[in-house]
Design a protein around this ligand. Sequence first.
Ligand SMILES: O=P(O)(O)OP(=O)(O)OP(=O)(O)OC[C@H]1O[C@@H](n2cnc3c(O)ncnc32)[C@H](O)[C@@H]1O
Ligand SMILES: [Ca+2]
Length: 491
Amino acid sequence: MKEKNPWHTPVTIIITVIGVIAIVALVTVAVLQNRPLAQKYKYGIVLDAGSSHTALYIYEWPAEKDNNTGRVEQTHSCKVKGPGISSYASAPSRAGESLRDCMQEAKLRVPGKRHLETPLYLGATAGMRLLNIENSSASDVVFHAVEEALQKSPFSFQGARILSGQEEGAFGWVTVNYLDDRLKQGLETTGALDLGGASTQISFVSDNFDGSESPENAVAFRLYGNDYNLYTHSFLCYGKDQALRMVLAQQTQSGPGTILDPCFHPGYNETKNYSVLYDSPCVSDRKPQGAPATFTHLGKGNFSQCLDVVKSIFNFTYCRYSQCSFNGVFQPLLQGPFGAFSAYYFVMNFLNLTDTSIPLDTVRKKLTSYCSTPWDQIKQQHPDVKVKYLAEYCFSGTYILTLLTEGYNFTSESYPNIKFIKKIKGSDAGWTLGYMLNLTNMIPAEAPDSPPLPHAGYVSIVTVIAILLFVLFILSLRPLWPRCSKQPQII
Ligand SMILES: O=P(O)(O)OP(=O)(O)OP(=O)(O)OC[C@H]1O[C@@H](n2cnc3c(O)ncnc32)[C@H](O)[C@@H]1O
Ligand SMILES: [Ca+2]
């Protein structure tokens, strides 16, 4: 007679089937319950109301990971047509209207069902700081007009305000280091150099700076469990447009009818208005008395003379601290890598000078040759570049070099630590992202707890444990197993 296999008894078959079903059910529940959900995003909008123009930035991050770092990205940017809002002091309603097209774009880019919960911020920088100094009621009226326009948007408008220079510098630093993932990982940070139209900022962490020597330059942060003592300073009037005004003011002190400017190309010839040139608190107190209405601005194209006149807008003679950058402003020893953005990038990129391994002497030689190139030839070579920018690159390049080396004390050794950048991982370098991260509390002071296991690890462990339990269960039923059918034979 054929012997019956003990595993083929009804009891063991039922146990096995139930066991397999239980394992499959357990693993399925584990997988489904912990499956990464289809991504839903949240949005935030920041309007950067700069001195030269306004730009709108849309940021997006996974909805369920608000404060879990490194995930906020810029999805869209829109450049507002026309000048910065501070230029609308005499026609404020147009400041509000100017934002319409970009706000319309934002409505299309942010999913409709998220509109109501999407925060919208407007931050103004040095253009409005200057207007506020010059005529505070005019700046109030401009703010009122833009607020009125933004309140009509479907987004959750959180207000319009002027950022302090300190905030502008510090948030630029946060942006750069957040995008580089340096904060979360507690890595050495990157300094931030921002050159705007009306002000310029320098921000970095230096070991020999604790804020005690110059508290007004100190910003303390605790981010992801790390403490940072940031040094930051904003130089009002040292953005490239206001610096150019100061350089022109330097050359028109006596109210001449013509100036021969070494920072403009030979053959450059424009008639400019004295009252327009001096219409800024950066130069208004120097307006020459009895000057004619206009002056003829002629180019001479001489880099070394341009350096001299640019240097003359900096004061290097007094310093009541252990060390200074310029104008008596404290600055600790430069430390670490630096990211230089906005006009630093626009200008150095145009001049093919973003490679900082090029020795400073070569940079000077290139500028010497560029500045001396006739204006006609420059225009011919760059028919697509805005003439205003084109006319000013010689000045701007000279100014940047002077600001970095004479102003901030970068040397041949430390100059290669600077990287001229526009974007980091698809997001623009600038203060806006840092500003939004701060206002939405998206960077926690302490390091967030991360799940102990990744999803795949979790599923594998649940599966293995389930199988082990099943085997253990089967083994525990051993006493019930049918006896071996092979009986000892009795002879
Ligand atoms: O920070 P503030 O001082 O308020 O000014 P802003 O925010 O308007 O300043 P930007 O960084 O946008 O621009 C800095 C300067 O660079 C100029 N600029 C913008 N695009 C440029 C380009 O392609 N080439 C040269 N200059 C450019 C612009 O007109 C400003 O004078
Ligand atoms: Ca700016």
